[in-house]
Design a protein around this ligand. Structure first.
Ligand code: GDP
Length: 195
């Protein structure tokens, strides 16, 4: 896939209704700071269109990027930021649940996990939630460049076992620095578009 044309088309806040879109959607989920904006920017070939870091206190939104007028990248708000209060957590849950259950166009969920760490409790909850919503997420192990080559296989195994993901679950190691893994993700997107 060659991404030529991108625009942030829809920003959906906590009290807005989900847009009625007609293009297929792929969603990106992950804890704050996992590298979600960096991944989305790398896929779109943009330096900073996707906001970096869902900092506490920032409005939580679901952002729809129109890609080549062919599909949407749906950037879900990040989770797991230690300092957010219960109200913000509840809003996050409502938004994400509403999206996972309400989108008629969602074809694939990319769930991002930092390759350096075992999945957290929040990661497991998110993963189970995606699965219970009827999706089989593709895992993206982010920040690949931060590991030594000899550590990679062990960490990927830790992610798979930590999430209790079955052996068919695809895990794509990815680096926003080197762009390693990007072609594999484009391949998955091509598969969705040709479906
Ligand atoms: P988000 O909160 O999930 O959107 O995370 P960001 O994309 O803002 O990334 C959080 C931090 O991790 C930033 O300082 C990024 O520069 C850094 N980061 C993201 N991806 C990578 C990566 O692949 N390699 C390295 N070395 N740093 C990364």
């Amino acid at each position: 896939m060659v991404i030529k044309d991108v625009s942030l088309e829809i920003v959906c806040g906590v009290s807005s209704r989900l847009p009625e879109t007609t293009l297929p959607e792929v969603a990106f989920a992950g804890k704050s700071n996992v590298g979600k904006s960096s991944l989305i920017n790398a896929l779109m070939n943009r330096k900073s269109l996707a906001r970096t870091s869902s900092q506490p206190g920032k409005t939580q939104t679901i952002n729809y990027y129109n890609i080549n007028h062919a599909l949407y990248f749906v950037d879900l708000p990040g989770y797991g930021y230690a300092k957010v209060n219960e109200k913000v957590k509840a809003q996050w849950g409502k938004m994400v649940e509403n999206y996972l259950h309400g989108s008629g166009q969602l074809r694939q969920v990319f769930h991002l996990i930092d390759i350096r760490h075992a999945p957290s409790e929040n990661d497991r909850t998110m993963y189970d939630w995606i699965v219970k919503s009827g999706y089989h997420p593709v895992l993206i192990a982010t920040k690949l460049d931060k590991l030594k080559r000899s550590q990679i296989q062990g960490q990927l195994k830790l992610i798979r076992t930590g999430l209790n993901a079955d052996k068919n679950t695809v895990i794509v190691p990815f680096s926003a620095e080197t762009k390693q893994g990007r072609e594999e993700i484009y391949g998955i997107l091509d598969g969705i578009l040709n479906d």
